[in-house]
Every structure is written in C-alpha cells, then in structure tokens.
Design a binder for this molecule. Sequence first.
Ligand code: GAP
Length: 496
Amino acid sequence: MSGDVSMDAIVSLCKRRGFVFQSSEIYGGTGSCWDYGPLGVELKNNVKRAWWRDNVHLRPDLVGLDASILMHASVWKASGHVDHFSDPMVDCKACQRRFRADAPDEIPWTHYCPATKGNRFEIPPGEPCRHCGARRTLCPACGKGELTAPRQFNLMFKTFMGPVEDEAAVTYLRPETAQGIFVNFDNVLQAMRLKLPFGIAQIGKAFRNEITPGNFIFRTREFEQMEIEFFVNPLDTLDGRPADEVWHERWIQERFAWYGRYGIRPEHLRLRTHEKGELAHYAKGTSDVEYRFPIGWSELEGIANRTDFDLKQHARWSGRSLTYYDEERKTHVVPYVIEPSAGADRSVLAFLVDAYREEEVRGEKRVLLRFHRDLAPVKVAVLPLLKKRPEIVRVAGEIRGRLARRWVATYDDTAAIGRLYRRQDEVGTPFCVTVDVQTVGDADKGEAGDGKVTIRERDSMEQIRVPIAALETVFAELFDGAAWSGVAGRYPAARP
Ligand code: GAP
C-alpha cells in the first residue's frame, strides 16, 4: 500500500507504539483530548522545532514570542471573539445530543432505511443511503430525532481570574495565540527596533469548546498553534501592487512549500481560496493549505490577510497607540497583517499519515513510517546482535551513549535482530547501528574485533560497514541532509 491509510490504523499504531494516548483513558477517556506519549512528544517537538528554525531563526525578518494563555478579558471583546467566535449548533429533539450544524458531513450517521423495512445502517460521513438515497436529516447519533434550527454557540472556554467567581473576574482560555502577538506589537517593535515588514512568531496552546471534536487529533478542545503575524506597511507597493497582497501570496507559497520540504507528498496537498461568504470577520482574504487526511481533504493551515483590524481594535479598546512611524513618509501608519496559522497537532497527524507505508519484504508485511530525518522521533537505534555476549552489549551501550549527546538514540535488545529492525521501521527510525561478533572479536578464540559496525538505512534497507570511530562524522553528514547513496558509496556493503 503506497499511500491510503485509515484513521483507525493510525490511531492503533499511535497507541501501540507510544505516540498518542487517549487522555484520562483509565477513567473512560475524553473524546476531545489526547496525550502525547514518549515518541509522540519527540515527533511533535521536532515539528515545532523545524517550524521555529525555518521561520524564526533562518529568516532575518521574524522574531519570536511566548505570551500567556490567560489574558485581560477586554482582549477578547476587542478581537471580536466574544461576539463572533461561535459555531452554529443543532440539538437532537430525541436524544438531546448536540452537533455543529455546518459540519454534518464530517459525522457518520445512523439511518433506519424505509426502503429496507427500517433496517439500521451506519453510513460514512457525507454519503447518502445506498438503498433509499436519503441524506442525513435526522440525528447522526440516534438516527431518530429531528434536529432543531441552528443557534450560535460561543467556542471560548470561560474561566475566572482569582478567587471570586463574579462577572468582573471572567476571562477566557485563549482560542488562538494570535492575540498575544497583537497586544505585544508595540513592546516587540520598540525592544527590537524593527523595520516593516517584519513578523512575530509564536507556538502555544489554544482552547476551543468545539461542539463536535473528533477524528483523533484533527479537531480537539485543547491544541497547539504555530502562528506568525507578519506586519506590512499599507502605504508600500511591490511591483506596482499593494504590499500586503504581494506578501499574502508570498506567505501562501512559502507555507505550502514547507510541508513538501518535510516530506508530504505533493499529490496530498492543495490550496483552497476562501469564498467571500466564509471569510472570518477580520479577514480580507484567506487561503488554506489542505491535506488529504483519511477523512478527506481538510484544512491544515490558514493564511489570512487580517488587514489592520486587530491593531486598530486593540488601540481603540486599550487607548494605546499601536502604530508604526514611517520615517520616509514622516507619518504614522497602522500595519496590515498577514497571518500564516498552522496547527501543530494537525501537522503531526498529516506527517504521520503521509509517512505511513506498508510493503511486502520476502513474503512478510513491513510497516514503516518514512519520516523526514528532521522529524523522526528517534534518530538512531543501537542494537546488539547477541545480547548474551557482554562485550557486544557493552560496546553497543557505549555507542548509544556517545550518539545520544547529539541525536536521540535508543538501545534495544528485547528481540532477534529482524524483529528489532521491523520495530524501528514502524516508528520511523532512519538508521539502525548493529554491533556483532565481528565488531568485538572472540577473546576465547583469540580473535580480535574489526571495530566496525553495520548501519542500516530504513527506506532502502541497505546496510554498510563503518568503523565505530567514523559513526559521528557519518551521522553528522546524514542529519545535515546528505543523501544516503552518497554516504553509503564510501563504505563496503554489509550482508543483510
Ligand atoms: N489565528 C487564526 C486562527 O486561529 P484557525 O483557522 O481557526 O485560525 C488555525 O486555526 C489552525 O489551527 C487550523 O488550520 C488548524 O490547523 C488548527 N486548529 C484550529 N482549531 C483546531 C482544533 N479544534 N483542533 C486542532 N487544531 C485546530
């Protein structure tokens, strides 16, 4: 199987191999929160690190920020979230369950089909009944109740700041990281002496009381965003066009290319421009990077032109000036904002789904995650060929210890070598190092070891024989992006 994998297969692999667990599972779990296990936290950190490095460290025009999750309640009035951040919700008149009215096609539905004497069918999201052609008009859960007319439900999590639970103490868990950037615009501008255009980037948790969370880590109530607010002088033009529009296009292209750079297959990515009617209240234009998830094409990241809406609103509500002094034109301007806003969890899901492969090797199924080397949770697994030989175990342990100073390296001796390789393939470890009898020799027979180990590459399964002393140089090259074939060509092949 080259590409298509079901969500069930991903969820099962994630649990079995320690990527993602259901939150509070021993209490029956929550449908909307997930915990990242030992490999998941490495993968997610690698995704965030790659994003931060490429945007904050490699670009000369971006700086970082880490704002607090709890903010002044006025922030959310100024931003429009108190009035506008809601989804239409419907209730089932029979079972009283609640659903997002604008997303019925994302939910599988139960149907009692009149064409088959009322037989019950579970019908996939968005599909009609194959027997009577009906589309979902009744409750997707119980299949019996009619749905109420839609009403608006605010998605923000309300809470109280301090010990008194009254109206004056009400605030919200932030539903997006963006506002922390807007309210710090002037602080960052002054402290860092920046010139337009420049961006401020932030990675952090956001909370939304989603009516219908689901599809694993695709839509949850607590999630992480990776957001950039890129400020542009509204008086500037580039090639005769308003600079904000040119920068919007540049960011759309840049963000689209980013996913490909980390291994997502081009045929699984597309851009979708929002229709006027679906634009958020602050946006002049938005394009989504969409990924072909197992649930179908869905948003991975949105890139919006937020104009000067947010800075103007915060200036109005706070009474503070949030402008930029254009020295050339001798005037104050309110910058326009281009906002590439990605979900860290959704990105993790896309990278997992896209990396998943099933192959047949010598008549056996091999499951592997073909992660980009920068994203792989474990970079090198050091494996002893025989765990009963203390010398092999000692040398393998020493190699792991040395490599672990620079890369995430693991040691495993809990199965035969073939099985150990399969396990590492399944979690996407790009390289295995095997220590064997030839490496250490056999003191009883008076045979000296050659001090060489086998490196096996995950995707090709090719193996080469490399001196222990050269391991760090070889891995430095490989993790710096060198092609396997180039490095492997310098060393003799080892027998698989
Ligand atoms: N500041 C703009 C903003 O928040 P958004 O389209 O609502 O825009 C941006 O969210 C990204 O955050 C989405 O593209 C998605 O990747 C992620 N995201 C939004 N809601 C989410 C949820 N409930 N669960 C997981 N990720 C979510």
